[in-house]
Design a protein around this ligand. Structure first.
Ligand code: CU
Length: 561
């Protein structure tokens, strides 16, 4: 029974029965409200973290590396290399217009994650992990040839029972998605548009959107979690005059930080957990013990006692971070997934679900000579070494950043109620997740019309927080409200059990990924502006996404009447 596949849905226990197993369910994991207990895996002994996180994973035959045995803060923080165009290219559909053209290859590399570890086998875009970083300007498009030059065999455990990963499919397939990009559908990296080694695709990114930190990563159907874990991700920043007029910390005072977690073998190689069933190695969540910042374990950064701007991405498969600086330093969040907030928000810590970004200004003035640490909960991720002498700081942290109107609910032409579901077997082990109880291959059910605005009510029937991402669009979070999930699953009626909760102040900007808390309805309001065509929406816990928690949606062309 537990061997079933998602195509045999009737075998699985659904919601209401699932509810009856709540004792069992609560013994595994979970992201509780606030969602960051998962991060505790980083500090806890491995037995605890595995018991909490991965009940289905078997312990490796040889125990994994315990990063606590490594020297801390011996490697300088690597900074991504900036991508350079290789020429100019025509713009699809725009005769005579030419834009900078780039070529990036996905290929196997060996890179040292820590001074005292041998090089690790990784898969990279452009020779490093994270990959090379794009610097783009709003309104100025660019094109990229994404070439698959990977070796033919995958080095992480493929689950051939997952949809799209059937035996006989090329193992090292890839397709690139620009996360947060307002991208035409044929350049968006549709999960089924993967291609094998020796092939490439050229995608066009119009960059017709506000300044923001985007990122690109693999999106190949059924193995996306493995490809990203292998290292296929990188940053893509868009700049614009509004942001530049603010005189925020820039140049070497603007530092990208890409966070992710990995399990490593004792000789420093990636270790991806597997279930006890060799026919179905998929596990529902992965929380690695090794925390990497820009591809290094415990790096340090020399800083001056002045303001810095940190552009932070959570690129982990499933880990949530709660970031702070120790000893305490005032943090201002100035932007979120899709760009600047209307005004800085003073925060003591910052939650980041997988795929979320935070734009932070941290002022080290007054901390001359100090050694500070960037923490997630009580676990250090990296060190800031503040130089001893005071320095001038000509940068600003303006009181207002960018006008940002809240979208009126009355502007929505439609409200869709969509559930987040988990399937479990008889012993309450997760067998996969779904959106609106509908597997990937079923016909498209969400067809918003280009230029219209909709409200999506995301009804989370599971015990997890799921970061839900819509391709192509940006949206605002309206509110969250807890509900009686048992009543919903048995009677089909939605009864709220708590008051409406506004988004956090640092969630009030434009988003492309929203935390949908357990047993909570999260409402987002989405203007479907950009392009018509077929896109996807999905959970950004990659193990969930790969096991059916992803659906296509289609933006219909605006009708003329
Ligand atoms: Cu999920």
């Amino acid at each position: 029974m537990g061997q079933g596949r998602i195509s045999s849905l009737p075998q699985f226990f659904w919601g209401a029965k699932n509810e009856g197993k709540s004792d069992l369910l609560t013994t595994r994991r979970r992201f509780l409200e606030g969602s960051v207990l998962a991060a505790a895996g980083a500090v806890a002994p491995r037995a605890f973290s595995h018991a909490m996180a991965m009940p289905q994973a078997t312990a490796p035959v040889v125990p994994n590396l315990d990063p606590n045995n490594l020297a801390r803060f011996v490697d300088p923080l690597p900074l991504p290399v900036i991508a350079r165009p290789v020429g100019m290219a025509a713009v699809p559909g725009a005769a005579g217009e030419r834009v900078p053209h780039y070529r990036l290859a996905m290929r196997a590399i060996a890179a040292r994650l820590h001074r005292d570890l041998p090089p690790s086998r990784l898969w990279s875009y452009g020779g490093s992990v994270p990959g090379v970083m794009f610097e783009a300007r709003s309104g100025q498009g660019l094109s990229v040839e994404w070439a698959n030059e990977l070796p033919p065999k995958h080095f992480l455990p493929i689950d051939h029972s997952l949809h799209g990963a059937e035996k006989g499919t090329p193992e090292s397939r890839g397709v690139v998605h620009l996360h947060g990009g307002k991208t035409p559908a044929d350049s968006d990296g549709y999960p089924e548009d993967w291609y094998p080694p020796g092939k490439s695709r050229t995608y066009y990114y119009p960059n017709d959107q506000d300044a923001a930190l985007l990122w690109y990563h693999d999106h190949a159907m059924g193995i996306n979690r493995l490809n990203v874990y292998a290292g296929l991700f990188g940053l893509y920043v868009i700049r614009d005059p509004v942001e530049e007029a603010l005189n925020l910390p820039g140049g070497k005072y603007e530092v990208p930080l890409v966070l992710c977690d990995r399990d490593l073998t004792r000789d420093g190689q990636l270790s991806y957990p597997v279930s006890p069933n060799p026919e179905r190695p998929w596990v529902p969540e992965v929380f690695g013990l090794a925390q990497l910042v820009n591809g290094k374990l415990f790096p340090y950064l020399d800083v001056e006692p002045r303001k810095y701007r940190f552009r932070i991405l959570n690129a982990a498969n499933g880990r949530f971070y709660r970031l702070s600086v120790s000893p305490v330093v005032q943090i201002h969040q100035i932007g979120t997934d899709q760009g600047l907030l209307s005004a800085p928000v003073a925060v003591s810590d910052v939650q980041l679900a997988p795929a979320e970004r935070a734009d932070l200004v941290i002022d080290f003035a007054g901390h001359q000579g100090a050694q500070l640490q960037l923490m997630s909960e009580s676990f250090p991720l990296m060190q800031f070494r503040v130089s001893a002498s005071p320095v001038p700081d000509p940068s600003d942290l303006p009181a207002s950043l960018r006008p940002l109107a809240r979208i009126a609910e009355s502007s929505a032409v439609q409200t869709r109620r969509l559930t987040l579901d988990e399937t479990t077997n008889m012993v309450a082990e997760s067998q996969g997740m779904l959106l609106n109880k509908t597997p990937w291959h079923m016909p498209i059910t969400e067809r918003p019309v280009l230029g219209t605005t909709e409200i999506w009510e995301l009804v989370n029937l599971t015990d997890d927080v799921h970061p839900i991402h819509l391709h192509m669009v940006k949206f605002q979070i309206l509110d969250r409200r807890r509900f009686d999930s048992f009543q919903y699953m048995t009677a089909g009626t939605l009864r709220y059990v708590d008051r409406v909760m506004a988004p956090d102040p640092n969630e009030m900007g434009w988003k492309d990924t929203a935390r949908v808390n357990a047993k909570t309805v999260t409402r987002i309001i989405v203007p479907f502006q950009g392009y018509s065509g077929r896109y996807v929406w999905h959970c950004h816990i990659l193990e969930h996404e790969d096991n059916e928690m992803m659906r296509p949606y289609e933006v219909l062309p605006a009708t003329r009447s």
